[in-house]
Design a protein around this ligand. Structure first.
Ligand code: PMP
Length: 443
């Protein structure tokens, strides 16, 4: 028999079971997600869903071959063949699958140096340092930047890796409304005047943490305004470009390229290699002094193995192609194709009556479903019709803002886009997903 505990804990438990039964059950189908077994424009997926209470994933036996609108393969470089895959295979025979050691323990080879020089050159910053995992690039390095006595201002929609990293710093964290400059300025203003009268600034450092493109919203960070606030309040900016590097800007160099801003104005440029580069890992870019600080002090530099050489080779080849150093127009072709596909999809979905979120140039294209109970049906029906899309619901979004999210890729052909639009049009009619202004649901 369980010991009886009086007070707050049983109250919490009964609240939790009430909540679980009455809310989670109704929306559990939001968690239906396809599981990918390969990348590219098409994907083989096995349907999976969470069971009622323990959230464990239960795989069903159904397997589908579908058009892949779920992966962040923005430039289509996550492909089985092609020049980058060939270079990675070659590297596997020239080197090995892994160096099995950290930067400070002989794990830093000529390939890593080449990769870091290339990425710094691509970003337009003085230096860069790389890590084998994007998530850990944020979560393990942020504590190296700020600590107790510092203030961290974080956008409310920041990724889990940034949230974890922020918490690990030990700094005071304040969250500002998504992309809301009035709220950010209000928080900056109150932060520097707090505890008055004072003769000195109350914080050792103030760090503003934002993303380039927000992966649930499809919004683009208001970078020019953030940089003005940074100067005005003498703060630092940490920019996560996981979804914007390669995917945004006329040369694919992310939000700074998009807004025509000098990348050196950003203190810390972070990004991942899992998306536009079709590989794995992450980077930090900035001044020589700052990058040296990460190389020497970061836990992930000291205690974690470096990027596997074939992965590094894949990334180097992608950068060369994007920058046109391979002597072809392939990189620019893919950047233009992604921009075209994105704008085409957004426009057509809007014309059909879907409520599409985000910036017109963002390759993340979410449309709102409102009713969480519809998400599972959309996911399953889409799979059956040959389309793989990610459906996202509570707690990743507010309960009534469940959404279908399409991630665009340069490898989607016009024929695939039109077929997808046809499927979504049919689903939109069948499941009542199209809303005119008058028919918007009232909650
Ligand atoms: N930052 C952001 C904004 C992300 O969306 C993600 C993952 N999608 C990461 C960091 C972590 O990157 P990775 O998946 O490469 O570990």
């Amino acid at each position: 028999t369980e010991p009886k505990i009086k007070g707050f804990v049983p109250l919490l438990q009964s609240w939790e079971s009430f909540y679980t039964r009455n809310v989670y059950r109704r929306i559990r189908d939001c968690w239906n997600r396809p599981v990918g077994s390969s990348a590219g424009a098409y994907i083989d997926v096995i349907e999976c869903h969470s069971d009622d209470y323990n959230w464990s994933l239960e795989l069903t036996s159904k397997q589908y071959h579908v058009m892949n609108f779920g992966s962040y393969n923005y430039l289509g470089f996550s492909e089985r063949d092609g020049p980058c895959a060939k270079a990675a295979i070659q590297s596997l025979s020239d080197n090995s699958i892994a160096v099995s050691n950290s930067r400070q323990e002989l794990g830093y080879t000529h390939i890593h140096r080449e990769l870091e020089t290339k990425i710094a050159d691509f970003l337009g910053v003085e230096d860069a340092v790389t890590f084998p995992m994007g998530f850990a690039t944020n979560s393990m390095n942020m504590p190296c930047l700020v600590g107790k006595g510092c203030l961290l201002l974080s956008d409310e929609l920041n990724h889990a890796s940034l949230v974890l990293g922020s918490r690990l710093t030990g700094a005071t964290i304040r969250v500002f409304k998504h992309n809301n400059m009035t709220d950010l300025e209000k928080k900056l203003k109150s932060a520097i005047t707090e505890g008055q009268p004072r003769t000195h600034r109350p914080w050792k450092k103030i760090l503003i943490v934002v993303e380039g493109v927000y992966s649930m919203e499809g919004s683009v960070v208001r970078l020019p305004e953030i940089l003005e606030l940074k100067k005005k309040y003498k703060a630092y900016v940490y920019l996560d470009e996981a979804h914007s590097i390669g995917a945004l800007g006329p040369h694919g160099r992310g939000v700074t390229d998009y807004f025509g801003i000098n990348p050196k104005e950003i203190d810390i440029m972070m990004g991942t290699f899992t998306k536009s580069f079709g590989a794995a890992g992450g980077y930090l870019g900035g001044s020589k002094e700052l990058i040296r600080h990460f190389r020497v002090n970061s836990h992930s530099s000291i205690y974690a193995a470096t990027v596997p050489p074939p992965v590094a080779r894949q990334i180097i080849s992608v950068i060369d192609i994007i920058m046109g150093k391979d002597g072809t127009e392939e990189g620019m072709k893919r950047i233009h194709q992604l921009a075209w596909n994105t704008q085409y999809m957004r426009r057509k979905l809007q014309e059909m009556g879907f409520i599409v979120y985000g910036n017109k140039d963002s390759p993340v294209v979410p449309f709102i479903v409102f009713y969480p109970t519809k998400l599972a049906a959309i996911s399953r029906k889409a799979l059956e019709m040959g389309l793989g899309v990610v459906v996202v619901g509570f707690p990743a979004t507010p309960v009534i803002e469940g959404r279908v999210r399409l991630c665009m890729s340069a490898s989607h052909t016009r024929e695939m886009l039109d077929r997808t639009l046809g499927i979504l049009n049919q689903l939109g009619d069948e499941l009542n997903l199209k809303y005119s202004r008058k028919s918007l649901p009232v909650f």
